[in-house]
Design a protein around this ligand. Structure first.
Ligand SMILES: *[C@@H]1O[C@H](CO)[C@@H](O)[C@H](O)[C@H]1NC(C)=O
Length: 281
């Protein structure tokens, strides 16, 4: 039986096919939280330390599409195992690839899906987040780290460079000097260094990390999903726009919240000293 949909699963060529829940070989997908309003994706290639192969990223894309379309889901948590969030891209998959194949096939293009999700996404990073794993974490909106987490962009040691946003997002997150150091030496930083440099916002003991990330997701999901999307859009604009343009966009979105029922409800509840009941409208 499939734990998610409680219907029969069939085994076909190592692929778990669930009649209703879709078909995932490389990830586990479920909903967590008391209200089942947190989408939960766990990378599940334990033997390969969750190396990010093409198939895994395609499944990730499908799972994110499903959560994005699910009106009950207000936040998404992405995690790996206690040993590895994701230890990088699948090197064997890349070993004999040619430039023509990479360029012609637009290699890594669909890795970007995580960064285009409208709902808030939290990365819960235990163990290694290296190369593509670090890039995947940085595509999320919030990163929580377990005490033993390690972050790095070691591509240079393989004769290549980060190709899924590592040079860009790391530099914006931690500044030029540390980003250059990590990208040019391949050295790793631990959870404490990641927190000091602003890459992660909180550190938790290894065994509490995932539940704390889900709690954060629940806290976010308790607010208006509609307004959360606007808040996320506004913060993300800070990475793309000038200060004046960003402030202009923020003001437009702020004004737009006054067109929603949830803004009215939130302020009315505050005035009436009661809890707000948001309807995502
Ligand atoms: C890549 O090519 C080499 C020979 O040039 C071969 O030994 C190796 O098995 C190939 N790797 C993969 C993953 O196919």
């Amino acid at each position: 039986y499939c734990l998610i949909c409680l219907v029969n699963i069939f085994l076909m060529k190592n692929v778990v096919v669930c009649v209703w829940g879709g078909q995932y070989e490389y990830i586990l997908v479920e909903k967590r939280g008391e209200q089942s309003n947190v989408g939960f994706i766990q990378l599940n290639r334990p033997k390969a330390l969750n190396a990010l192969c093409d198939g895994l990223m395609l499944e990730m894309e499908r799972a994110l599409d499903a959560f994005e379309a699910d009106a009950d889901v207000g936040a998404i948590v992405i995690t790996g195992s206690e040993r590895a969030f994701a230890a990088g891209a699948d090197i064997k998959e890349m070993q004999n690839r040619t430039f023509q194949e990479c360029y012609g096939g637009n290699f890594l293009v669909h890795w970007n899906r995580v960064s285009t999700v409208k709902k808030p996404v939290i990365a819960a990073v235990n163990g290694f987040a290296l190369g593509g794993g670090c890039e995947l974490a940085m595509m999320c909106d919030i990163i929580y780290a377990g005490e033993k987490a390690q972050f790095g962009q070691p591509e240079i040691l393989l004769g290549t460079i980060p190709g899924a946003g590592g040079t860009q997002r790391l530099t914006r997150a931690v500044g030029k000097s540390l980003a250059m150091e990590l990208v040019l030496t391949g050295d790793r930083i631990n959870a404490q260094e990641a927190k000091q440099s602003g890459l992660v916002s909180k550190i938790y003991p290894v065994d509490q990390l995932v539940s704390e990330a889900v709690k954060c997701g629940e806290k976010i999901a308790a607010n208006s999903k509609l307004i959360s999307t606007m808040a996320k859009e506004a913060v993300n604009a800070a990475f793309e726009l000038t200060l004046a343009e960003g402030n202009r966009l923020e003001k437009r979105l702020f004004h737009a919240t006054f067109a929603t029922d949830d803004r009215k409800e939130g302020m009315t509840a505050f005035v009436e000293k009661r809890k707000a009941h948001f309807k995502d409208k």
